[in-house]
Design a protein around this ligand. Structure first.
Ligand code: ZN
Length: 188
């Protein structure tokens, strides 16, 4: 397993819709284990493949480090599809490893049904609620090229402009490795 650099806002791959995984080979298995290690090294609870420069529909989640969620198992989701969302919404302060040092309250559906394939290409459909649903929606968005800051109103976007430009210019001190430039790609 290796810790890989994390792509940051401004990187082109974060704005691309990720390609479907068609076959699970050793490369994909290695990517998944690297994603877990990279996420944990950065103290994250979710990570999408394009955050390590891989243009594939894969994300990992592990919310067990969060108090009250210790029993939740880590999951790798391949080709995920959100089947339905609850009408009930909730607000939660989100952050993102690709947008360091920025947190903002985002409103999202409180629960979802999500379909995905595991590393054995076995299909699953699960119901996720609260924090798990939150993380999964955030990571699912990544695979569509969407970042949580896209949900902010114009005023907040303006307020964070300077901070974002600092990240883009790599002038922020970040305690985990980040991509060297906006064109960074590990696997196209
Ligand atoms: Zn994120």
């Amino acid at each position: 397993m290796s810790i890989l650099p994390i792509t940051v806002c401004g990187d082109k791959i974060l704005r691309k819709k990720a390609a479907k995984v068609t076959e699970i080979d050793d490369k994909i298995i290695k990517i998944i284990s690297d994603m877990f290690e990279t996420m944990r090294n950065a103290s994250g609870i979710g990570l999408a493949a394009n955050q390590i420069g891989v243009n594939r529909q894969i994300f990992v989640v592990d919310i067990s480090p969060v108090e009250g969620y210790e029993k939740y198992k880590p999951l790798a989701l391949i080709n995920p599809k959100i089947i339905s969302k609850s009408e009930e919404t909730s607000s939660f302060e989100e952050g993102c490893l690709s947008i360091p040092d920025l947190r903002a309250d985002i409103i999202r559906p409180k629960g979802i049904y999500i379909q995905y394939f595991d590393a054995n290409m076995k299909e699953h459909t699960i119901e996720a609620d609260d924090l798990l649903a939150r993380v999964m929606q955030h990571e699912f968005d990544h695979l569509q090229g969407v970042l949580f800051i896209d949900y902010l109103d114009e005023e907040s976007q303006k307020r964070y402009k300077k901070h974002l430009s600092k990240i883009k210019k790599r002038k922020l001190e970040i305690n985990y490795p980040i991509s060297p430039n906006p064109d960074y790609l590990l696997i196209k």
